[in-house]
Design a binder for this molecule. Structure first.
Ligand SMILES: Cc1ncc(C[n+]2csc(CCOP(=O)(O)OP(=O)(O)O)c2C)c(N)n1
Ligand SMILES: [Mg+2]
Length: 361
């Protein structure tokens, strides 16, 4: 038996802004200052929303929530290169990307606090709802991409999933089908090192997930997910390939889940702070701000102002949510079945009777 290890090859990691915020000039995507500042604001807004959501959950206003601290560039980089005609299939941790795509923050507050109105994508946004069943959404995302291919539409789908989700069979099926049929899809595997308490080393026998793409015949690149310029550059290229009929691409974005898996999680029981500390120094927002400051288009005062404005925007959205979101307990059996099965119909009646007895509207 041949026991020679299989050569998995070497896959380059794309990095344009290094950890010291030094730009690789040869790879500079050349964004205009306004575009760079818009990206910066997007990153800051994502973090402001993240922090507010965590506070609101801890105060009992949100059911649960999956924080994204440290993954802001990875998220936004996936959608910044997309047009409104392109499609995006998020995961539950993709709120920064959703806000960028046009989801109002009120809608996301509703979503995470259990109002069904929050779940469907806004009518004018080409996004899919996310699925909590990890990996399952990757197949329908490829289906949407195939729809575009059949109709000869020059657009693409970007679908996001995690390192943990990459172990799900659906993800492999989707990648194989997309490769064979040249679906215009960009797979973004957001490798944040953890699937709840399972580290990558227990999830995969390979040290990187990018090799999976090669196995399916899907061109693959690894990207520094904490470098917004590298993320947008990689996604832009992959999106253009897809739009031109050249088929799918896999981007493995390397980042780190700095915070909790969700608010139901306590990472201190399974990971030490020493693992997290090095990633503090790789903060995507600090890195980008340092770059913008050196470039002379943002100073410390501007950064402070943007932070204050983003906080105010999130708080204004929270206030609108508090006014708008009116609980309608009588509707909790609605919106799932077109026709309620008999046993649920009986439960619904019992529940409504109970509300009547308690005088609940
Ligand atoms: C099919 C399925 N199995 C298990 C779970 C429970 N679960 C929720 S999130 C998660 C980990 C996902 O990790 P990853 O894909 O890396 O995404 P991340 O949470 O790190 O963004 C698991 C196992 C689930 N939601 N769906
Ligand atoms: Mg993960």
């Amino acid at each position: 038996m041949d026991t020679t290890p299989i050569d998995l090859g070497h896959i380059e990691v794309l990095q344009i802004l290094d950890e010291h915020a030094q730009l690789d000039e040869a790879l500079d995507p050349g964004y205009a200052p306004e575009q760079l500042l818009r990206m910066h604001r997007g990153l800051v807004l994502t973090r402001a929303f993240d922090q507010r959501m965590l506070t609101m959950q801890r105060q009992g206003e949100m059911g649960t929530f999956a924080p994204n601290l440290g993954q802001e560039a990875c998220q936004l980089g996936q959608v910044i290169p997309l047009t409104r005609d392109d499609w995006y299939s998020p995961s539950y941790r993709s709120f920064g990307a959703q806000i960028w795509r046009g989801w109002s923050m009120e809608r996301l507050f509703k979503l995470w606090s259990g109002y069904h109105e929050g779940f469907p994508p806004p009518p004018d946004v080409n996004d899919l709802p996310f699925s909590i069943v990890i990996g399952s959404h990757v197949l329908p995302a490829v289906g949407v991409a195939m729809g575009m291919r059949y109709r000869n539409e020059p657009h693409c789908m970007v679908v996001n999933y995690g390192d943990g989700a990459s172990s799900q069979g659906a993800v492999s099926e989707a990648m194989n089908f997309a490769a064979v049929n040249k679906a215009p899809v960009v797979f973004v595997c957001e490798n944040n090192g953890w699937a709840i308490s399972t580290p990558l080393g227990k999830q995969s026998a390979t040290s990187n997930l990018a090799v999976r793409g090669i196995g399916f015949g899907v061109p693959t690149i690894r990207v520094d997910g904490n470098d917004i310029l590298a993320m947008t550059t990689a996604v832009e290229q992959a999106a253009n390939r897809a739009r031109n009929g050249e088929g799918p691409m896999l981007i493995e974005a390397i980042t780190y889940r700095m915070s909790l898996h969700t608010t139901a999680d306590d990472p201190t029981v399974y990971r030490s702070q020493e693992l997290v500390d090095p990633w503090e120094a790789r903060c995507p927002i600090v890195r980008f701000e340092t770059y913008l400051q050196r470039k002379g288009i943002l100073d410390a005062e501007d950064a402070e102002r943007v932070r204050a404005e983003c906080d105010a925007e999130v708080i204004a959205a929270r206030d609108r949510f508090r006014t708008d979101a009116v609980a309608r307990p009588r509707e909790i059996f609605d919106h799932i079945y077109g026709e309620l099965p008999a046993e649920l119909e009986a439960q619904k009646q019992a529940y409504l009777d109970r509300l009547d007895r308690k005088g609940v509207e």
